[in-house]
Design a protein around this ligand. Structure first.
Ligand code: HEC
Length: 170
């Protein structure tokens, strides 16, 4: 009986609180100014993500529309043979740092096939796209034993990701 009275009393108190419109609307207003600072906080410690997005936007079409996360995942298919860091080792395939704008078959210390050495091409998005679509037919006789990436979107995403990760930020 007493307990029920207490509950009723606190219910009434809560109800009264909710009805005190001026103070009630002041109270929820306090967290609101705090909210804009909350989204700003995660942006600050991740400038590289912002730089990545800016660099992505600066790529020529269609690469500026790439899904970088999908590109990063697609590169898992290349990692067993290629490093991408500056000065990284050659493995089964040559190190790919700086490959965009590099003449095919010219990375120091890698023993390229004649097909790649004599290709006389400079790698850009479009050529890497053809290469990855079907390495065997793009430069017949090369020794990259990779079946190819048949999906054009995967190639676009991978090429954009690769360009951003093998090129020094400007
Ligand atoms: C099984 C190992 C292997 C895999 C997997 C592989 N590559 Fe290669 N890659 C090679 C080899 C070997 C060469 C050199 C080919 C030659 O000399 O004929 C090469 C050459 C290249 C070149 C030309 C580099 C230059 O300096 O001219 C590019 C670009 C390249 N690969 C990109 C990729 C990408 C991107 C992937 C993933 C989608 C990939 N490769 C997967 C082994 C591999």
């Amino acid at each position: 009986m007493i307990r029920r009275l207490v509950l009723t009393a606190s219910f009434l108190a809560l109800a009264a609180c909710g009805q005190g419109s001026s103070s009630a609307s002041d109270a929820p207003a306090t967290p609101v100014p705090a909210a804009p600072t909350a989204p700003a906080a995660p942006a600050a410690p991740a400038p590289s993500e912002a730089q990545m997005q800016a660099a992505l936007a600066a790529l020529p079409a269609p690469y500026n529309a790439a899904d970088l996360e999908n590109g990063r995942r697609a590169f898992a298919r290349c990692r067993s043979c290629h490093t991408i860091t500056p000065g990284g080792p050659n493995m089964t395939g040559p190190n790919l740092w700086g490959v965009f704008g590099r003449k095919a078959g010219t990375h120091p210390g890698f023993n390229y096939s004649k097909a790649v050495q004599e290709a006389d091409i400079t790698w850009d998005g479009e050529r890497i796209d053809h290469w990855l679509e079907n390495p065997r037919t793009f430069l017949p006789g090369n020794k990259m034993s990779f079946a190819g990436l048949p999906d054009a979107d995967d190639r676009r995403d991978l090429i954009a990701w690769l360009q951003l990760n093998t090129t020094a930020p400007s």
